[in-house]
Structure formats: structure tokens, C-alpha cells
Design a protein. Structure first.
Lengths: 130, 130
DNA sequence: CTAAAACTTGACGCTGACGTCAAGGGCAAG
DNA sequence: CTTGCCCTTGACGTCAGCGTCAAGTTTTAG
């Protein structure tokens, strides 16, 4: 059983974040008689999952809905709808990011390759160096 | 030459956003003697570019640095560093998002396919229905 | 000319995931 | 027992990209 500081160190987040997750119903903790939080080993993994979902653009509400599915394999029909919606959103986001990345790559190539040619891709026919 | 309301409608953003972009040095406007803003046709495209960069996770400062490169093909060495840093960040973000999407897909499959089997992928050998 | 619509600057509000004090309580070591 | 670190709740602060209201000016339509 970890104390909050240990879990924070393990998972690489702040104790404030962990209390915030509890407040949002994302992360439960066993309390000692004096009120101190204790977490099982599995909490580390759960915190990482929470972080992933957050960084995928979900809000606390969405994370709260999807967490039971992701780690307990229990999927309510309501959650399934959220799953599909979020999946689509993430997929779209990936497409947008890929497009933006390609544009940046183009700019980088133009900036680094001296003899650049905007209109013609100028790809080597069938044999590149190495 | 568009007025601010026209440009907002064309680009699908608010007038507030356009003034904000100007404040951040992302979008210049010609001013009439009375102070009203006028934008060239090309502003529509520029606004879309700004939106793309924002949605890729850049802050105003980063957008301001990269904009001259993206639309004028002038890349300072300072900007090139930002380009590469942001490109890496976006690339990492794409990898993270893809991983998260795959996890969601897994949950969706488990939730929708009745006879699910966690350990074995159970892919049909070489002939699926339809 | 006049009224409505669109524009101006200025400034405060909002949202979300925390950061950061503040003021106190708990607990193992010497 | 006391020192010192870790914990508790509570509450206000932050940051970024705008939303929104206010009060006044300008442009456009009839």
C-alpha cells in the first residue's frame, strides 16, 4: 500500500493531481482512521491510464465514464456511446495532427535542402542512398 | 478586402478571435482612417493555418514563430529549431493518441463481440464473412 | 437624414487541470 | 518528548484562448 507521496513519485504526478482525481471520482483511496490515503499497487497503472485519457483530450467526466471499461471490462451501453464518440474524435485529431506534421516537414525540407522545388516532389526514381 | 465580420464568417471563427490574433501578432490588418480593419483575401487561408497550428497544441508564441515559415517560406535558424521541436512533439502526440485509440478499440471489441477472448487475438484465418 | 448594423477599445468572465500557499494533525526515529 | 517530514482540508491563483458586456463611433441601407 502506497501513501500519496509514494504513488505520486511512482506515477510521476503531483499529490495535488492525485487528490484532484479522487475529487473527480477517478481514483479511490483507502483511508486510515486518521484520514490518510492509502493506495494499492495497481493505482500506479490506473494513474497512467488516467493521464493517457487526459492527454487524449478527454475531460474528467469522460475519463470517469471510460475508466470502468478500460480496467474492469465492464461496459455499459452509455459508456459504449462515449467510447465510440471519443474514438472518432481521437481519430480525427490524429488525422489533423498528421496533416499539420506533414506541412511542418515540408517547411523543414524547404528550409534545409538548398535546391528546393515547390511544385515538383522530385522523389528519387527507385534507389535512394543507403 | 474583407471587413472583420466577413472574414470571421469566411473562416468560421469569431471576430473576437481575429482581434486576439492581431493582438498576438499573428494576423495583420490594414486600417481605414477611422480605425476599421480590412483584410486581404489571403487572410482566410492564414486564419485556417493559425487554427491548425493551435489545434496541434502550439501556443500563440509558437504560432507566431512558425507562421512566417509556413506561408512565406522564410525560415530563420531560430524558427527552424522551433519547427523541429514542435514536429517532434506532434509526432509523439500522434503516437500517444494512436496507442490510446487502439486501447479504446480493444475495449469496444470486447464490449461488442460476445465471445471475446482476451489473450488470443482469434483472427479469422483467411476468409471473413463478406 | 436617420435608423440599423457593423465596427472600435477596454475590461472582466469563463473553463479545466492543476499550482500554491496556509494552518494544522500524524507518525517514525533518536 | 521532540524534531522533522509527510499528511490533511480549504481556498485562492494561474494560464490560454477566447466569450461577453459596455459604451461609443462608423458605415450602410432605405
Amino acid at each position: 500500500m502506497f501513501r500519496i507521496g509514494d504513488l505520486a513519485a511512482q506515477a510521476g504526478v503531483s499529490t495535488r493531481a492525485l487528490r484532484y482525481y479522487e475529487e473527480k471520482g477517478l481514483l479511490a483511496a483507502v483511508r486510515s482512521t486518521s484520514g490518510q490515503r492509502y493506495y494499492p499497487e495497481s493505482a500506479t497503472e490506473r494513474v497512467r491510464t488516467i493521464q493517457h485519457l487526459y492527454s487524449a483530450g478527454l475531460f474528467s467526466q469522460g475519463v470517469a465514464t471510460l475508466l470502468p471499461c478500460v480496467d474492469a471490462q465492464e461496459t455499459s451501453p452509455e459508456a459504449l456511446a462515449v467510447l465510440r464518440t471519443e474514438r472518432e474524435r481521437i481519430d480525427q485529431q490524429i488525422r489533423d495532427l498528421t496533416a499539420t506534421r506533414n506541412r511542418l516537414d515540408e517547411v523543414i525540407v524547404i528550409a534545409t535542402v538548398p535546391g528546393h522545388c515547390a511544385a515538383a516532389p522530385e522523389v528519387a526514381p527507385h534507389a535512394t542512398s543507403r
